[in-house]
Design a protein around this ligand. Structure first.
Ligand code: PGA
Length: 256
């Protein structure tokens, strides 16, 4: 059975003082949860402090982005080794907000995935269609292309990667995909990974759902066989709701 994962993507929220408060409160509330992988993904400026606070805890640290070069004259960018040096284990790659506002293409994301993997970080690779694409029946075409082009020449069957299916129309809108809609795409992603890699690989990979996940809908989503967790934005910014989602996931899996 795949271990469920709950990852809180803080986006551009929380200065370092607020981050310390949130990390402290999460840490205290879920220290005894041992059947869920728990990740917080703060902004860059909070990583160092959060990394210190999370040493030897059950909460792991992730970053929201990184550049494909390891060092150089790239003003404003952060590299994979830099993220490692502050305690990051995960990096979100290809979030739809990066694709939309910063013009990140599948080709650029492919370069990022290569470097992240090379430096031993685990990418949380985001894919998902816009509303217009869904309405034109293009959901699968878009997601399939994002995976094939994004993961080009990443051939290792032992690869550690997490895929997050995040329909753009569901992000920050309060409109969640129904469990059935999400499960349908998750299953197609898993079948594609079986074809591109192997059945073993596809069975091992965690596929997260993201897009308006909250304490009220997490259980129905997590009950679907191919949904292994959530990449959560808005509802991860308050300790109570993040902890609630972690605990609900933990109970659900304890029963399985
Ligand atoms: P949301 O964001 O939970 O606020 O919809 C999810 C995400 O963008 O990862």
């Amino acid at each position: 059975m795949r271990t469920p994962m709950i990852a809180g993507n803080w986006k551009m929220y929380k200065d370092v003082n607020e981050a310390v408060e949130l990390v402290n409160s999460i840490k205290r509330a879920i220290f005894n949860v041992d059947n869920v992988e728990i990740i917080v993904v703060p902004p860059f400026t909070d990583l160092s402090e959060a990394g210190e606070m999370l040493i030897e805890t059950n909460v792991k640290l992730g970053a929201q982005n990184c550049f494909w070069e390891t060092e150089g004259a790239f003003t404003g960018e952060i590299s994979a080794p830099m993220l490692k040096s502050v305690g990051c284990k995960y990096v979100v790659i290809g979030h739809s907000e990066r694709r939309k506002y910063f013009g990140e293409t599948n080709e650029m994301l492919n370069k990022k995935l290569h470097v992240v993997i090379k430096y031993g970080l685990i990418p949380i690779f985001c894919v998902g269609e816009t509303l217009e694409e869904r309405e034109h029946g293009k959901t699968w075409e878009v997601v399939e292309t994002q995976i094939i082009e994004g993961m080009k020449n990443i051939l290792d069957n032992d690869l550690n990667i997490i895929i997050a299916y995040e329909p753009v129309w569901a992000i920050g809108t309060g409109k969640t995909a129904t469990p059935e809609q999400a499960q349908e795409v998750h299953k197609m992603i898993r079948d594609l990974l079986a074809k591109l890699y192997s059945v073993d690989f596809s069975e091992r990979i965690q596929i997260l759902y993201g897009g308006s996940v909250n304490p009220a809908n997490i259980e129905s989503l997590m009950k679907e066989p191919d949904i292994d967790g959530g990449l959560i934005g808005g509802a991860s910014l308050k300790s109570e709701s993040f902890v609630d989602m972690v605990k609900k996931t933990s109970w659900l899996y304890a029963k399985k």
